[in-house]
Design a protein around this ligand. Structure first.
Ligand code: ADP
Ligand code: MG
Length: 228
């Protein structure tokens, strides 16, 4: 592992099904991510973006190859070790925000921290407030998701992904449900929060215009990286 590298995968494969129905979806992925970087994972629908993010997020196991992060061999790790690793080091943003409808914005942001600690604390609340401020939502702290726009909800989801100081945030088409202008605003806010925090971001998209807003673009085509 070279200095500043947080993640290394080599020859990573993933297949679904078995026997004659087996299909190889990831065909040998080699990739490294550095501390603090923001990279797009660009590829057309069906190229394997969600599968790769699920594996990097320890939500799914690779079929072959190596997967190492922060000195932990995630291929060899037990399910319990992978779950602990996930809650300590990883954050997630999905295309659909998955916010809890009965909680306010700030309560949604605090939720992963409160759930881990078993209770809500004042420092958690102040940190959640700072993250919402950084995402341009200072005035929306006490609003419920239903009272916010799609872009605002995704900004809350980004703040929530950051509450436990993840080393890496995996965002699967986070702007896929937004119009272009709103998507650009969300990307600009992610960019600025990435500048101020040490968390790395890997953001999947099928949209080259969105990918162009990331300092690094990793291109996936039919289960292979064609540009990194
Ligand atoms: P993307 O996110 O780039 O659209 P996916 O990772 O969702 O791509 O899917 C890549 C390929 O893997 C697709 O052909 C898809 O049908 C297939 N695939 C994804 N998940 C499964 C699964 N659980 N079982 C079988 N095939 C799957
Ligand atoms: Mg996908």
């Amino acid at each position: 592992m070279s200095a500043g590298t947080i993640l290394t995968v080599s020859g990573l494969t993933k297949s679904f099904g078995d026997g004659e129905a087996e299909t190889l979806v990831l065909k040998g992925i080699d990739l490294q991510l550095a501390e603090g970087e923001m990279a797009a994972l660009l590829g057309p629908s069906g190229s394997g973006k969600s599968t790769l993010l699920s594996i990097l997020g320890t939500l799914m196991r690779a079929s072959g190859g190596s997967h190492e992060m922060l000195g932990t061999d995630l291929m060899q790790a037990s399910e319990a070790e992978r779950t602990e690793f996930r809650s300590k080091y990883l954050g997630f943003v999905f295309q659909f925000h998955h916010l809890l409808p009965d909680l306010s914005a700030i309560e949604n942001v605090m939720m992963p921290a409160a759930a881990a600690a078993g209770r809500e604390t004042a420092p958690m609340r102040s940190k959640a407030g700072e993250l919402l401020d950084a995402m341009g939502l200072a005035e929306r702290r006490d609003f419920r998701p239903a009272a916010m726009s799609g872009g605002q909800r995704q900004r809350v989801a980004v703040a929530r992904a950051l509450i436990n100081d993840p080393v890496l945030v995996l965002a699967d088409e986070p702007t896929g449900n937004l119009d272009r202008q709103t998507a650009d605003e969300v990307m600009a806010l992610i960019r600025s929060i990435n500048d101020s925090l040490s968390s790395s971001f890997l953001i999947s998209t099928h949209d080259a215009h969105i990918a162009a807003q990331c300092p690094r673009r990793i291109e996936l085509l039919d289960g292979r990286i064609v540009h990194a």
